[in-house]
Design a protein around this ligand. Sequence first.
Ligand SMILES: Nc1ncnc2c1ncn2[C@@H]1O[C@H](COP(=O)(O)OP(=O)(O)OP(=O)(O)O)[C@@H](O)[C@H]1O
Length: 237
Amino acid sequence: MIEVQNVTVRFGGVVALDGVETQFANPVSGIIGPNGAGKTTLMNVVSGFVAAQNGQIVKDNQNLMGLAPYKRAHWGLRRSFQKEEIADDLTVAENVLVQVDHSTLTSAHKSKDVARVLEIVGMAEQADRPGARLNSFERRLTDVAKCLVGDPKLIMFDEPAGGLSVEETARLGDLILEIHARTGAQTLVIDHDVDLIARICSETLVLDFGRKIAFGPTAEVLSDPKVKAAYLGTEDI
Ligand SMILES: Nc1ncnc2c1ncn2[C@@H]1O[C@H](COP(=O)(O)OP(=O)(O)OP(=O)(O)O)[C@@H](O)[C@H]1O
């Protein structure tokens, strides 16, 4: 369970999040809304990149607001960005290993864990290939592997399907659906691809101008007139 409790963020005069309150209880949950709605800001509050003026984020009784960003990562918070952070001069396996650098586990244990997550994302055969030689989908899969390594508890994907083909998006969706069973982590997904959200997220939060305008089972939320109105003139839903 991820509890978002009355979170408010202001950037000068802009209210990016306005008392947002919700509870994500499902293995995979979505966050959608028009451009500038506050979606990325909410992820930034969870990861600690942005300080909220008010509110708390609690995951399974752990109040994340009380932890510095690096401690949240040690605790098990993982995040992928709109652009992958893959080092060109490191191999795929080394890129993933960096994520668990801080861990006190033995290097044999870490290598085994890296091999396990590369197997899950389908990149085991490319483990020794340098980042520079990966295509865009392989980079994305390596980024997902970085989120899976080292006992994650909460994984956040910001527009994971951006720039992917229909087939690649379908594969990525399958992979995200497997995460909870394979790692136990709960996943939050922001994406403008509403078909992907509808397929993989059993519940979805809709933000508009920093406010929660809907939350609940994804199919219900997507047919809500308030949600359709928020998207009017911006994109189809
Ligand atoms: N660091 C910042 N400084 C000032 N304003 C910001 C900052 N980050 C976000 N904002 C503003 O806060 C509001 C919410 O932005 P945010 O990026 O969270 O929206 P979003 O829903 O993720 O949008 P998109 O779908 O376009 O990525 C916008 O008005 C944005 O301009």
